[in-house]
Ligand binder design. Structure first.
Ligand code: SF4
Length: 325
């Protein structure tokens, strides 16, 4: 097993106003991630899908320990990332990389493209000098930035959004990682270029055997690339399964609503859209019972009192809903 995430939690304390400090001692927390568990195998594409505020990005950062967890464990190749010191963590970092959403903010404007991609090789002591440059030129070719020599000396300001994201992918891949957390890597790219970036990521997966933890709000994107999908809502996974099972037989009312929003590609075939009422509630005041009950069209008696557990209803297909418990 490559990655084993166990009951991961992240509560951010809420800053109090002066008046609140006088009136109450009670601390309040944003429960961004509230007991998330899943595992990934080598070379797998696992998507975390949910609306903004579902906790998916924080989960990705916790796994890479870019954010400290409140509790829980993250086992990467059997080692608990959450308990390692900074020195112990450093050699693991070359195997755990990240691609950020914003290709404009993720590159240093004063660094030439070649230097930006070479940086991880130097930091991790993998290569230097001529050897490092050859590796960078080779990677530029692989991600489709040719002629590589020209791109090596170019500054990010001269690149399009799609080209910048190719640079970000090259930089993540140059250390030959085992796991890449890709946080909405195509959401800020022109729609016409998205498929080519996803195809590039899938080609690199085949070539290097890398696993992706793919974070997205877009189920259509997740369907295109994933082996497994977990649907997150308000800091918890509500449904998890193989991508084909989830699309063929979605069980959770929230998953069904998300799926109903994907356009049907068959002309003449209609699909009824399930429109959810209201916004996702605040992660400070999480609703009691099932946290989806305030928006669920199928809620019934126990839903606002008892929290449903994530249970396996068929092999590899898990759901947290009283309708299936
Ligand atoms: Fe809806 Fe109840 Fe299931 Fe929650 S537990 S998703 S409220 S039916």
């Amino acid at each position: 097993m490559l990655l084993d995430v166990k009951e991961l939690k992240k509560y951010f304390p809420v800053a109090k106003t002066f008046l609140e400090r006088l009136l109450t001692r009670e601390e309040r927390y944003i429960k961004a991630v509230d007991g998330v568990s899943f595992h990934m195998e080598d070379g797998e594409v696992f998507s975390l899908v949910g609306e903004s505020g579902s906790g998916k990005t924080t989960t990705g950062k916790l796994i890479l320990r870019l954010v400290e967890p409140t509790s829980g464990k993250v086992l990467f190749q059997g080692r608990d990332v959450t308990s390692l010191s900074k020195e112990e963590l450093r050699p693991l970092r070359r195997h755990m990389q990240i691609i950020y959403q914003d290709p404009y903010a993720s590159l240093n404007p004063r660094m030439r493209i070649g230097e930006a991609i070479m940086d991880p090789l130097l930091i991790h002591g993998i290569a230097e000098g001529r050897e490092a440059k050859e590796m960078v030129l080779d990677m530029l070719e692989r991600v489709g930035l040719t002629p590589a020599e020209t791109f090596f000396d170019t500054y990010p300001a001269y690149l399009s959004g799609g080209q910048r994201q190719r640079v970000a992918i090259a930089r993540a891949m140059i250390t030959r990682p085992k796991l890449v957390v890709a946080d909405e890597p195509v959401s800020m790219i022109d729609v016409s270029l998205r498929a080519s970036i996803l195809d590039l990521m899938m080609d690199l997966r085949k070539e290097f055997g890398v696993a992706y933890l793919f974070i997205t709000h877009d189920l259509a994107v997740a369907k295109y690339i994933s082996d497994k999908i977990a649907i997150m809502y308000l800091g918890k996974i509500v449904e998890l399964g193989r991508a084909r099972d989830l699309f063929k037989n979605p069980l959770h009312p929230y998953t069904k609503a998300l799926l109903s929003a994907i356009p049907v590609p068959v002309p003449g075939r209609k699909k009824e859209r399930i429109r959810l009422k209201g916004e996702i509630p605040s992660a400070i005041d999480v609703p009691p019972g099932c946290r989806f009950h305030t928006r669920c069209p199928l809620r019934f008696d126990p839903c606002d009192k008892e929290e449903p557990l994530l249970v396996e209803v068929e092999p590899g297909h898990f759901i947290a809903c009283h309708l299936h418990s």
